[in-house]
Design a protein around this ligand. Sequence first.
Ligand SMILES: Cc1cc2nc3c(=O)[nH]c(=O)nc-3n(C[C@H](O)[C@H](O)[C@H](O)COP(=O)(O)OP(=O)(O)OC[C@H]3O[C@@H](n4cnc5c(N)ncnc54)[C@H](O)[C@@H]3O)c2cc1C
Length: 405
Amino acid sequence: MSETQNFDVLIVGGGMVGLTLAVATASAGLSVCVVDRQDPRDALDAGFDGRVSAIAAGSARLFQSIGVWQAMETDAQPILDIRVSDGDAPWFLHYDHTDLGDEPFGHIVENRNIRAALHARAGDFDGLDHRAPASIDQVTRTNHGVDAVLEDGAHVSARVLIAADGRSSSVREEAGIRLVRRPYRQTAIVCTIAHERPHEGVAQERFLTAGPFAILPMTGNRSSLVWTERTDLTPAMLALDDAAFLDEVAWRFTDYLGALSLAGPRWSYPLELSWAVRATDRRLVLIGDAAHAIHPIAGQGLNLGLRDVAALAEILVDAHRLGLDIGSPTTLARYPRWRRFDVASMSIVTDALNYLFANDITPLKLARGVGLNLVDRMPAMKRVFMRHAMGLIGDLPRLIRGEPL
Ligand SMILES: Cc1cc2nc3c(=O)[nH]c(=O)nc-3n(C[C@H](O)[C@H](O)[C@H](O)COP(=O)(O)OP(=O)(O)OC[C@H]3O[C@@H](n4cnc5c(N)ncnc54)[C@H](O)[C@@H]3O)c2cc1C
């Protein structure tokens, strides 16, 4: 039997959420082992996932605090304006970042660049053991600690186990934590579009009958499309040749950015709302999509996961500094109490928005028209919505406030 390596924290899943927690806790002196089944060469390849993320201002502060922002900054396009419209209706909601100050609402960053920045920063810490590709064969959680055997036979022990292994989390499943699921019968078609005219940092969200059609500004004259389509129609859209696909894009996009061309492959992601009924168990914490996956209508899923990270890192590091057991029930009980409201409210709001806008029923169309118009005329309410989208409302962890851990 191989010798057991001891860590404070064992994280299963080194995606954007898991690796951020690894870097945050390692930078505060905890020893961390991250296990991810994905080969990093694939995860960092341009062909891995065509997605971008809208990184809210609070999440950018977290990345700055743990030293990963610098590596993704050159690829980060500031979002200066957000415009929301309802199909062809004249209603228009306009958010301007200068209404709140100088700070942009957030930045659009390609996921592969976020991953690259995290992978590079993870290499800076002696106390961070990043194992990929690797997976866990067997894990035992007792009142005293966590013991795991990896597929290559290595033995690892830790004070606490973190499930950051995404929507289909096997750690969550093995722990017997029930998942509440609501498939949307919608699929997000994602691609990058090059355009003739500059976007000026404006993000557009057009609500069409099938769902939201988001145009997110990227660096250069490029935008990322997140086009929500009925799942039964998606295969036909994806099978179109480039010219026909671009025609479908063009009438939804309109001509405000001039001539359009495809700047990469198309991707598709089936959408669903899912919510683990418990975020903790004996010596176990769920974070990111392993705990909750929401509709991308507001570009908030990763931001929610990053707020999980900021709260959990603070809880673990504070307990460690006080010499307490970081995996004890008392320590971990703070986590669901802290995160419950943010997760529930974001899940409910995104679900309700999707229902309200992906609908052709006349009273709903009228109600949302009046709603958009009203909000646009109420500066105080608009400012609350803007701060919410920036991830700057609620009981904010130190890292989201831009303070060190
Ligand atoms: C179309 C679309 C657009 C989106 N846009 C935005 C946006 O603009 N802004 C935003 O905030 N959010 C957005 N999101 C949501 C965001 O992408 C997710 O919330 C985020 O990627 C979740 O990250 P994660 O690390 O929790 O999970 P994942 O990205 O799923 O990572 C899980 C990791 O765990 C590993 N893993 C899985 N199982 C195992 C195992 N058994 N053993 C070891 N490793 C394992 C995987 O290899 C992977 O690396 C969008 C989502 C979609 C679908």
